[in-house]
Design a protein around this ligand. Structure first.
Ligand code: ATP
Ligand code: MG
Length: 143
């Protein structure tokens, strides 16, 4: 499925829509360059989980945990070398836990993610974002 957004607010709306379907154990692998909109999309997903805290890229902390209708494990693996670093972080407990994992810069650690992982790619051109969702299992929806 492919969506096009024209503002950060629209990307947040798309995140809310996506988040409304998600269930414990789901994993979202976000891909896309600097400022592509990965954190912006995550803000919408978090809102759909009834999390009202401000969501920021956990670039230095690597993972932030938020409590909503299920836990949100928001990871940013930009600073990791690869899969082994990710596992050393204790990733498996989150990946196979009772919450939702959203992973920014997931390109780096795809080999460690299970087959049911939903992959969302973002690409930017000015204010426009092309958002491609792969391996989605909840049926088609419109923005
Ligand atoms: N259509 C759009 N969707 C999302 N963000 C947009 C859009 N248009 C402009 N922006 C701006 O682009 C930036 C996206 O930043 P964001 O932090 O979400 O990116 P990111 O992919 O998480 O980056 P990083 O790799 O640094 O973590 C924000 O400043 C946002 O306001
Ligand atoms: Mg980010």
């Amino acid at each position: 499925m492919t969506f096009y957004t024209e503002s950060a607010a629209q990307t947040i709306e798309l995140g809310k829509k996506i988040g409304s379907f998600l269930r414990p154990g789901d994993i979202i692998a976000l891909q896309g360059t600097l400022a592509a909109g990965k954190t912006t999309l995550t803000k919408g997903i978090a809102a759909a989980l009834n999390i009202d805290e401000d969501i920021t890229s956990p670039t230095f902390t690597l993972v932030s945990v938020y409590e909503g209708r299920m836990p949100l494990y928001h990871m940013d693996v930009y600073r990791l070398e690869g899969g082994d670093d990710f596992l050393d972080l204790g990733a498996e407990e989150m990946l196979y836990g009772d919450g939702l994992c959203v992973i920014e810069w997931s390109e780096k650690i795809m080999s460690e993610l299970p087959a049911h992982t939903i992959v969302i790619g973002l690409s930017a051109e000015n204010e426009k974002r092309t958002v491609t969702i792969e391996n989605w299992k909840y049926g088609d929806f419109a923005l």
